[in-house]
Design a protein around this ligand. Structure first.
Ligand code: SF4
Length: 359
């Protein structure tokens, strides 16, 4: 079994109620056309035992941010700067960003401390091994139990995620399960070594609405029973409203607004957050208004606009300012902040943009 990391990098830098703090995280990839940064200065905190949702359109960098927390990035990508202070189960705080991505310390964290549930269960599961074999391999790697104890642990995990008659299903292959049941198996695999943090990357996107609701309820049940912290990556604000305690809104590799779920839904401060909310159908809105789509698309990381990266799509952009100045985060309270020039002189929680000249 890989050794448990013992490096206590910044014991005083992580409040006791925090599991994780990400600061100025940058992920870089070299391409034939130059270097791009799909994650470009991301900062946020996660409280222990709570759910943080990272939300944004495709191309916002939310999945890469999730993978960076496990230092598990696609080939040619690497963490180019920033820190990920994580409090391990044994107590010490480690900087995951500083650990070698193939070293024993990060391998001790992956799976055993931080586990990933991805969008597509069929891609995550081996089609040629039974569910029992796949659970056994993960448990053997991280827990070092004997054969009988590993089988008992596998059965316990399958029962935990609501697989009926788990002893009979251990010998089944993934194709013998429905989509929802396959996702439950993936969650059982993630749970099998008793992680403290689960990164769930669009885990319900491929499922029908009813199955999606069941899986979201399962995450809530498991969180209550095991005290899990969950980082939920989604583009779906309905999912955010259902599961989040805290929310970080990402755009083009940055967190542009963060706060509690109530603050994000009832007091959104960033024009991008407001635009996302206005693009969500509600029963009342459908009857009266057309949905407001956000014009344009998230630009490629190769074509990052100068100034505020949202300015080409922002209805409140100020000519001569937003296309030149990349706003830093304005602190709006504990765990609350947003990056917009309109918030520079924020004086209260209900700040509204001043009258502006459109770019
Ligand atoms: Fe819009 Fe300017 Fe604020 Fe960016 S800084 S979100 S362009 S108003």
């Amino acid at each position: 079994m890989p050794p448990t990391p013992t490096t206590d990098l910044r014991p005083a830098g992580l409040d006791p109620d925090l599991l994780l703090r990400v600061e100025d995280l940058r992920v870089q990839v070299g391409t034939d056309d130059g270097v791009i940064r799909p994650v470009d200065g991301v900062s946020f905190e996660m409280a222990a035992g709570k759910t943080l949702c990272i939300v944004g359109e495709s191309g916002s960098g939310k999945s890469m941010t999730g993978r960076a927390l496990m230092n598990l990035l696609p080939e040619r990508m690497h963490i180019a700067g920033g820190s990920i202070a994580y409090r391990t189960g044994a107590g010490p705080v480690v900087d995951i960003a500083a650990l070698p991505p193939r070293g024993p310390a990060i391998r001790a964290i992956r799976g055993a401390e931080i586990a990933l549930v991805s969008q597509e269960p069929m891609a995550a599961l081996s089609p040629v091994h039974t569910i029992g074999q796949q659970l056994d391999a993960v448990i053997r790697q991280h827990m070092g139990l004997g054969r009988k104890a590993r089988r008992e642990r596998a059965l316990e995990c399958l029962a935990d995620v609501g697989i009926p008659k788990p002893a009979e299903r251990l010998d089944s292959y993934p194709f013998e399960f429905s989509g929802g049941m396959r996702q439950r198996v993936c969650i059982a695999l993630a749970l099998s070594c008793g992680p403290r943090l689960i990164i769930a990357d669009e885990p319900t996107t491929a499922l029908d609405v009813t199955t999606q609701a069941n899986i979201l309820d399962l995450f809530k049940k498991l969180q209550a029973e095991h005290g899990l912290s969950i980082l939920f990556i989604t583009h779906d604000l309905g999912v955010v409203a259902d599961v989040a305690d805290q929310v970080a809104v990402m755009y083009l590799g940055r967190v542009v607004e963060r706060g509690s779920v109530d603050q994000l839904f009832y007091e959104p401060q960033h024009p991008y957050t407001r635009a996302l909310l206005q693009s969500v159908p509600t029963l009342s809105r459908q009857r009266v208004h057309r949905l407001a789509a956000i014009r344009g698309m998230v630009p490629s990381a190769f074509d990052r606009p100068p100034g505020c990266p949202f300015h080409p799509r922002c209805d409140q952009a100020v000519a001569g300012l937003c296309d030149r100045q990349d706003p830093p985060e304005t602190a709006l309270g504990p765990g609350r902040g947003a990056r917009c020039v309109l918030l520079e002189d924020a004086a209260g929680p209900q700040l509204q943009p001043r009258s502006v000249q459109h770019a």
